[in-house]
Structures are given as structure tokens and as C-alpha cells.
Design a binder for this molecule. Structure first.
Ligand SMILES: Cc1ncc(COP(=O)(O)O)c(C=O)c1O
Length: 388
């Protein structure tokens, strides 16, 4: 089944960048608008009753989907918000270290640098060399960054720029043995690869639902293990602080009650799960993952660099990043967008240029073939500034 017609995407473009901001199918978007309309029809009843009831339903559905209790979860607008809550409240002394990798998302790096700097602590971006050869090699590289000052680890389960699945379960297990706080950035995970928070057993986990779960923008979450929930101050002080009628926990009061706001996107989780069910999404995802495995080497062969990991589903989901021997990412990005109408990210990470392909239900093999043709033509045209 081609689900292309389910999406709202502009048909004039070939959309190969699901990873950045996702894409929302019509049925889920209509559900979102339904909640917005319900809010405007009866604002008071919505905020006092109906909205809260649906918020609970949505949280229950999300919690069941990823194997945790709904009360250990709060929706946030995006993962940046969630990690700001955590980093701002984390008690760090001068000299403490937060161990991370050099593959993390730029906004997250900035959050950790900011709060570490304020506390005199250090944010360690441990180098994970690419090409990555094995899980064991990854684990060994990561723990080279550990020292007696390490207080917590912060790591992506799927990286943004390099599009790699990291073995976070093994990392969290070891971190627990070392007595470290475990914080996982799963922005790309829900709806992409299997997620079971009870099994993973991280202390803190954030994920975005507007990427691979296909909800409208502004739907993400913060999960915190009950043993540490009370450690986090609200990022925004409102009715939930010193609440007149305290709810089930401070964690829920502090991070859910944030003044008047449109949280309709949070309410669409049941519609997203129904979309998955009705479209047999597990099969769609399998095909999209296979498309990555089938095409990664082929894409790498165009410029002769990569792949950056073994081409197996241990490291690859519905994205892959191809290193390019070119100087300026914008040169290629602009040609692909303006002349070929292909939407795909081309960017620099630590002086290395990459192009990242995302496959989603609406992406066909013909689309990937078109990308291969475009890249080959652009390479042969001699218009790119190559690295010497
Ligand atoms: C690995 C990773 N973490 C976090 C984020 C969340 O970013 P934001 O809070 O800007 O939505 C993203 C977004 O692409 C990401 O790829």
C-alpha cells in the first residue's frame, strides 16, 4: 500500500527529510484541528474538563506504547524543553562531568554547555570514531570519556546528524553499575524503532512524537523514573508550583500546569496510534528500513566515501548519513532543492559534510533512484567545490 496520499506534503517536492520535523498525515492533522475547535467552542469546559480528560487518555496511550506508567511522563513541546528541565535542576559542582558523545544534536550540546559552564562543570563530548565498526567498539570508545568526576551520561539513542542507532541499553546498564544518572535523548525513537522504557531502565528519557510518530508539531515528552522525579523544578513557575489542590505528584503539577496554552498536539496520540494500526505501520516501517539497507552503499558509491557503520539494522533505522568530500554543504543543498526539487539535509558536522536520507511510508524506491541520478549528475557537472 502506498501511503503517500495520506500525507499533506507538497507534491511538487521529493521529501527525503522526514528526520528533521516529521510529517503529519491528514487523519492525525484533522484530529488535531478537532481538538483546537473543541477548545475554542467551549474554552472553559475544555480547560477544566474535556481537555484534561483527553490529556490523560493520550498519556495513557503513549505510556502503554513505550512500556512505562503514565504518571512518570509529562508532555513537552519539544525535547529541548524536556532536557532544559533536567539540566537546569541537576546539581553540579565545579569539576563534575557530564559524559556524552561528539554525535549529539546541536541544541542539546548547547543546553549542556550552558548549564555546565554555569556550575563550573564539564560537558565531555567523547569522540566516537566513524566508521563505526561494532557495538563493542562503540562501548569501548564511549567509556574512554569516563572519569572519577563523571556524574551523569547523556546520549542519543538515534543520532541526528550521523543517523546511527547507539547501543544505549548496554551503556545505561554499565552507567548504573557506576552509579551515574542516565539521560537518553530519544528524539528520533518513538514510532521509528522499538522502545520499551521499563526494559531500557534509563533514569530520564525524552522523545519527540512529531517526528516518527507523525503527530502535529509540538508533541514530545519527558519521562523520569519515580525515584528522581522530585529533583526537577518547573521550568516555568505557574499554578502547579505550591498548587492549591495538589495533583498526584509534584512532577505532574510542576511540568503540566503551565498557564493557558494550546496543547492540542498532545491530544493526538490515540489518533496517531490508530493511524499506525489502520495502515499496518509495522510493515510500512519494515519496508522503509529495508530501503535504507538496500540503498546506503549505492549512495556512498557516488562520491566514494562511507558507509559510516556496518550496513545492518543494528545501526540503521529509517535514515542513513553519507559523508561527502565537498567543501560547502550549501552548494549541494541549494542545487538539489532549486533545480531538482529534492528536500534533503546537507550539513557539516565537525568539518565533515554529510547528506542524510530519511525513508518514510511516502518515500518510494523511485524517489531514491531520483536522488541517485541527481547526485550523479551534480557530481559530473563539476559545479561542486571538492576537497582536495
Ligand atoms: C537527536 C535529537 N535530539 C533532540 C532534538 C530535538 O530538537 P528540538 O527540541 O529542537 O525539537 C532533535 C531534533 O531534530 C534531534 O535530532
Amino acid at each position: 500500500m502506498n501511503v503517500r496520499q495520506d500525507f499533506l506534503l507538497n507534491p511538487e517536492y521529493t521529501h527525503l527529510n522526514h528526520g528533521s520535523f516529521g510529517a503529519c498525515p491528514k487523519s492525525i492533522f484533522e484530529d488535531y484541528q478537532k481538538w483546537q475547535l473543541a477548545l475554542e467552542r467551549d474554552p472553559v469546559d475544555f480547560f477544566v474538563n474535556k481537555g484534561n480528560e483527553q490529556l490523560e487518555r493520550s498519556k495513557e496511550a503513549m505510556a502503554k506504547f513505550m512500556g512505562c506508567e503514565a504518571d512518570n511522563l509529562v508532555f513537552t513541546m519539544n525535547p529541548s524543553y524536556a532536557i532544559n528541565i533536567v539540566a537546569k535542576s541537576l546539581v553540579m559542582k565545579p569539576g563534575d562531568e557530564i559524559l556524552s558523545t561528539n554525535h549529539e544534536y546541536g541544541a542539546m550540546d548547547r543546553i549542556w554547555k550552558y548549564y555546565c559552564e554555569k556550575a563550573g562543570a564539564r560537558y565531555i563530548q567523547q569522540e566516537i570514531p566513524i566508521p563505526l565498526k561494532s557495538k563493542e567498539e562503540f562501548i569501548a570508545s564511549f567509556w574512554k570519556g569516563y572519569s572519577k568526576h563523571t556524574k551523569a551520561i547523556f546520549i542519543s539513542q538515534i543520532t541526528s546528524m550521523t543517523a546511527l542507532i547507539f547501543p544505549v541499553k548496554e551503556i545505561c546498564q554499565r552507567a548504573k553499575e557506576l552509579g551515574l544518572l542516565t539521560i537518553v535523548d530519544g528524539a528520533h525513537v518513538p514510532g521509528h524503532i522499538p522502545l520499551n522504557l521499563s526494559e531500557l531502565d534509563a533514569d530520564i528519557y525524552t522523545g519527540a512524537c512529531h517526528k516518527w510518530m507523525l503527530t502535529p508539531k509540538g508533541c514530545s515528552f519527558l519521562y523520569a523514573h519515580p525515584s528522581i522525579q522530585n529533583n526537577f523544578d518547573p521550568l516555568l513557575i505557574s499554578w502547579g508550583y505550591d498548587a492549591d489542590v495538589p495533583g498526584k505528584s509534584k512532577f505532574l503539577d510542576y511540568h503540566q500546569l503551565q498557564g493557558t496554552r494550546d496543547y492540542s498536539a498532545f491530544l493526538t496520540i490515540p489518533a496517531a496510534l490508530e493511524f499506525f494500526r489502520s495502515r499496518n505501520w509495522e510493515r510500512v516501517k519494515r519496508n522503509a528500513r529495508q530501503m535504507i539497507l538496500d540503498n546506503y552503499q549505492r549512495l556512498c558509491d557516488i562520491f566514494g566515501d562511507g558507509p559510516i557503520c556496518p550496513v545492518t539494522d543494528e545501526f540503521l533505522g529509517q535514515m542513513c548519513s553519507v559523508p561527502l568530500p565537498i567543501a560547502d554543504p550549501m552548494e549541494l543543498k541549494v542545487i538539489l532543492f532549486d533545480e531538482y526539487k529534492i528536500e534533503i539535509p546537507v550539513f557539516k558536522m565537525h568539518d565533515q559534510v554529510f547528506i542524510r536520507l530519511s525513508t518514510q511510508g511516502y518515500v518510494t524506491q523511485t524517489d531514491v533512484d531520483y536522488l541517485v541520478t541527481a547526485l550523479t549528475e551534480i557530481r559530473d557537472s563539476g559545479r561542486l567545490t571538492m576537497l582536495s
